[in-house]
Design a protein around this ligand. Structure first.
Ligand code: AMP
Ligand code: TRP
Length: 326
């Protein structure tokens, strides 16, 4: 059985992009293999965050995972900081990645572009080291991630190659798997940029009011012409809405083009809004039940135990390989 590992950073309200590009994909994978999912709370510290927000966001993500249909008996859900092996391994692995490689990471460049270089925290630079450790700790076969994280998984692969060349077959080679449909949900107000928690008009947040969600979809930027057709170059707005509809319903894009042939843009948006609002409404109801129960602690305790067992074994293997006296 294949093993999957993935994490989400608890840095803020999650968007429909996170839901489609990450969470929904996990729900689909839980029946295909062994799934380890964690909240990357240590990663959230790489940019300033209030302690109360960090704590609340972390619990929120667990509740959302469960509300989205992840089965607590099938999936191992845990907090990164609950498994100290993540931190311990990163301290070792940092010696096998290079300044040059880390400087070339797109996410680092994007996030620090506007910062004073004298005051960029070291953690945002070394972020991919911690992430590579997160992955290799679990001897995972696959890492399901959205587009923007593939570069980090590639770096983890380079690290595995380098480490194993030097010490023998110690680390398992992971592979990124991208969502088939919806690995890059775009902003509704500017469909040429990613939906990314930064644009209150164009980003749909899972905790938005349902009325607000409907309004955002009805005001989504569309394209010239009137055909409901998937064409990212010529019709990025309509293509994005088709992607969202398809990801939420499982209906393929060619089938949707047939279904909506002859629809006006406004009618089509109404249909998209219905699908999105229905899904988020269900999610909100499940979420409210979960957040008011004590199921979260139970899930986290179980996840921590299962994760620690595997993570500690890998850490031990690495410590021995490099010559730490164990
Ligand atoms: P982040 O919120 O950036 O920590 O991302 C958490 C997960 O959601 C990662 O796997 C991302 O690739 C995925 N993700 C974030 N934004 C989007 C988006 N607009 N479309 C698809 N996936 C996304
Ligand atoms: N860096 C990822 C993000 O920003 C979160 C993450 C941390 C992750 N460690 C990981 C994802 C390991 C997959 C595997 O979304």
């Amino acid at each position: 059985m294949s093993r999957y590992i993935s994490g989400i950073k608890p840095t803020g309200h999650l968007t429909l992009g996170n839901y489609i590009g990450a969470i929904k994909q996990f729900v689909a994978l839980q029946n295909e293999g062994e799934l380890f999912l964690f909240v990357a709370d240590l990663h959230a510290l790489t940019l300033p965050i209030n302690p109360q927000d960090l704590r609340k966001n972390s619990i929120d993500i667990i509740a959302l995972y469960l509300a989205s249909g992840l089965d607590k008996d099938k999936v191992n859900i845990f907090l990164q900081s609950d498994v100290p092996a993540h931190s311990e391994l990163a301290i070792i692995l940092q010696n096998y990645l290079y300044m040059g490689e880390l400087s070339r990471m797109t996410q680092f460049k994007d996030k620090t572009q506007k910062m004073n270089s004298e005051a960029i925290g070291v953690g945002i630079f070394t972020y991919p080291i911690l992430m590579a450790g997160d992955i290799v700790l679990y001897d995972a076969d696959y890492v399901p991630v959205g587009d923007d994280q593939v570069q980090h998984v590639e770096l983890a692969r380079d690290l595995v190659r380098r480490f194993n060349n030097r010490y023998g077959e110690i680390l398992k080679m992971p592979k990124a798997v991208k969502v088939k449909n919806g690995s890059r949900i775009m902003s509704l107000s500017n469909p040429t940029v990613k939906m990314s928690k930064s644009d209150p008009k164009g980003d749909i947040f899972l905790d938005d009011d349902l009325k607000v969600i409907r309004k955002k979809i009805m005001s989504a930027v569309t394209d010239l012409g009137h055909e409901i057709k998937y064409d990212v170059e010529e019709k990025p707005g309509i293509s994005n809405l088709l992607t969202i509809y398809s990801a939420l319903t499982g209906i393929s894009i060619p089938d949707l083009e047939k279904k909506f042939a002859g629809y006006m843009y406004g009618q089509f948006k109404q249909e998209v809004a219905n699908v999105v609002v229905d899904e988020i409404d269900k999610l909100k109801k499940n979420y409210a039940e979960i957040i008011n129960s004590n199921i979260i602690d139970e899930v986290l305790n179980k996840g921590k135990l299962a994760a620690s067992k595997i993570a500690e074994a890998t850490l031990h293997r690495v410590q021995k390989a490099v010559g730490l006296y164990k």
